[in-house]
Design a protein around this ligand. Structure first.
Ligand SMILES: *Cc1c(COP(=O)(O)O)cnc(C)c1O
Length: 559
């Protein structure tokens, strides 16, 4: 049995306890494990107020609201009462259960310490996802790791592999070392997947804070684990895991540079490996496209390798299905905004968390140039969606910039329309990744560990236009299944993108390659749509990913 620990799991929109790709990946992973029949159990936290809910004012300011949800209706109580300590405080917690039914039933447990008899500070742990990075966050992570371990024990699970999916749950090793006695034994049971290519993205806490909060668990010498007075949870995870992986081939080199002690070039117990992420094809391929696949590629859902046969789909039917989805998307945009989009205009989508390295507003950098391109090469519609973290002031400024520039463009030209959709979510993503014509993703290299939204688009025949980073370095073939942005780096080239150079590529390819093909060579366009499905579908799905985790990563549990 695999215990899959994750701070966020994006299962469905009724459960708003996810913020982005990390959470949707966790959901996709467990759906795939259930389908394939990999025995697993998911552990996460209950956040009663969810993640942030977004309202954009007319001037472009993001206002942040809570997202309360009816967890008592959606989840099943376990009615367990277990104990956990935070410093001197001995507290109780329970868990709520969600079931994924496949060949195997996979349970996901949402840990909850917001019980009426607990200390008010502890009851806050179950308010919101990623709200704090101080003691509240530390305690959330203690609840996730130690609470999760204790819950599994109490329920009688026999766990052969603890999957620390991103380091938030690293404190589970505190319990494991107590049970197993030595680091070597713990390493036989733990695997760690790292997702964050920037040093600042790794959780760190002052060693004294950790010692205070974990004083009743004296199995680890925290001073020995500390670096410059801090406990870094990624380092802790690396130290106690027998297998460590990055989430794309390129990310393996980036992570090797971040963690030289576990580099791909090193020898020893801790050598960086990789499993490129995938997406759960059954969730992300739109119903209209699924129906075509059922007709022309029967078996694609059980065996997504068959998506390589997308060429059997008649071109006019693929285009028609795409146009029906696009029409739904245009209707949604027109319902939610006053941008008056139309079905027959070339449509780009930029949808993901809004944060500096994603450069969400890059395409709007030079609106005079963009106007010129649209007026000379063909009209354009651009849809933006995505939330900024409440404390990410730079992200919020990018949203304001998008709103400001789209107003300006509206005054400048009729050839470009821009819409911003509030509250990007799984359900909205399902329509966006299938309904636009081009999926634009221009993160700053080398900071996209993998990226998954482009895979969702690609499987729907939506063409990717992306920075050569993360998964696109493995999946992209220039001019065949999409287009790249900026120079294509060698695997171990960790240099950063140059914004100007990338922008030049975006504008140049739009004007000279993408718009002309969309408006004047539809047959070539549809051929690329099929190439996209046929090259991206067979590999970038969570079935392939699950088998790689079984073969390369979880094997430590068999030794
Ligand atoms: C897939 C998905 C993401 C991840 O998008 P990236 O562009 O890979 O960062 C984020 N949010 C939602 C709702 C998604 O469905």
């Amino acid at each position: 049995m695999i215990a899959y620990f994750a701070m966020e799991i994006g299962l469905e929109d009724r459960i708003p306890t996810y913020s982005g790709g990390l959470g949707t990946l966790a959901g996709d992973t467990l759906y795939a494990y259930a389908d394939i029949g990999i025995p697993a159990v998911g552990i996460t936290l209950l956040y009663k107020k969810g993640y942030v809910s977004q309202k954009i004012t007319p001037s472009g300011m993001q206002l942040d609201f809570d997202t309360p949800w009816d967890y008592k209706k959606i989840l099943k109580p376990t009615n367990l009462q277990l104990q956990i300590s935070f410093g001197e405080l001995v507290q109780e917690f329970t868990a709520w259960e969600y079931s994924i039914i496949g060949r195997e039933e996979i349970k996901v447990f949402f840990l909850d310490a917001s019980l009426p008899n607990n200390h008010p500070e502890i009851r806050k742990l179950n308010d919101r996802l990623y709200y704090d990075d101080g003691i509240l966050r530390l305690r959330q992570e203690i609840l996730l790791g130690i609470g999760g371990y204790r819950l599994l024990k109490a329920l009688g699970y026999n766990i052969s592999v603890y999957h620390i999916n991103e380091s938030h749950s690293a404190f589970l090793v505190v319990e494991l070392i107590k049970e197993l006695g030595s680091k070597e034994e713990v390493r036989k049971k733990c695997v760690f997947t790292t997702h964050t290519p920037v040093p600042a993205g790794h959780d760190k806490f002052p060693v004294d804070m950790v010692k205070q909060e974990l004083k009743s668990y004296d199995h680890i010498d925290w001073d020995k684990e500390a670096e410059e007075g801090f406990i870094n949870l990624s380092k802790l995870s690396l130290n106690y895991s027998g297998k460590v992986n990055a989430v794309s081939y390129k990310h393996m080199f980036v992570s090797s540079n971040l963690f030289p002690e576990c580099s791909v070039f090193s020898e020893g117990y801790c050598k960086m490996d990789y499993v490129t992420n995938g997406v759960y094809h059954k969730r992300w391929i739109h119903r209209e496209i699924q129906e075509l696949f059922n007709e022309y590629i029967p078996g694609w859902d059980e065996n997504p390798i068959l998506l390589g046969q997308a060429y059997y789909i008649p071109s006019e039917l693929l285009l028609k299905a795409h146009m029906r989805i696009k029409s739904d998307l245009v209707n949604l945009v027109n319902k939610l905004t006053d941008s008056s989009f139309s079905d027959d205009v070339f449509t780009i989508c930029v949808a993901r968390r809004v944060t500096a390295y994603k450069r969400n507003n890059l395409i709007l950098s030079d609106i005079e140039r963009l106007k010129y391109i649209a007026e000379h090469n063909g009209d354009m519609q651009i849809i933006f969606a995505g939330k900024a973290h409440p404390k990410d002031t730079f992200g919020k400024e990018m949203i304001a910039d998008i709103i400001h520039k789209s107003k300006k463009l509206k005054e400048m030209t009729k050839s470009i329309k821009v819409a911003f959709l509030e509250n990007y979510s799984i359900e909205m993503a399902k329509l966006l990744v299938a309904g636009c014509d081009v999926w634009l993703n221009n993160p700053r290299r080398p900071y996209e560990a993998c990226g998954t939204s482009g895979m969702k688009a690609g499987m729907n025949g939506v063409l990717n236009f992306s920075t050569w980073d993360g998964w696109w370095l493995e999946g992209g073939i220039e001019g065949i299944n999409g287009w790249g942005i900026g120079p294509k780096p060698k695997w171990d080239d960790l240099s950063e993108s140059n914004d100007k150079e990338d922008l030049e590529d975006i504008y140049g390819k739009l004007a000279h390659i993408i718009l002309p093909m969309f408006y004047r060579r539809k047959d070539e366009w549809v051929r690329m749509m099929k190439n996209s499905i046929a090259t991206i579908g067979p590999y970038f799905n969570t079935y392939r990913m699950a088998y790689e985790y079984l073969g390369k990563i979880y094997q430590i549990g068999l030794r």
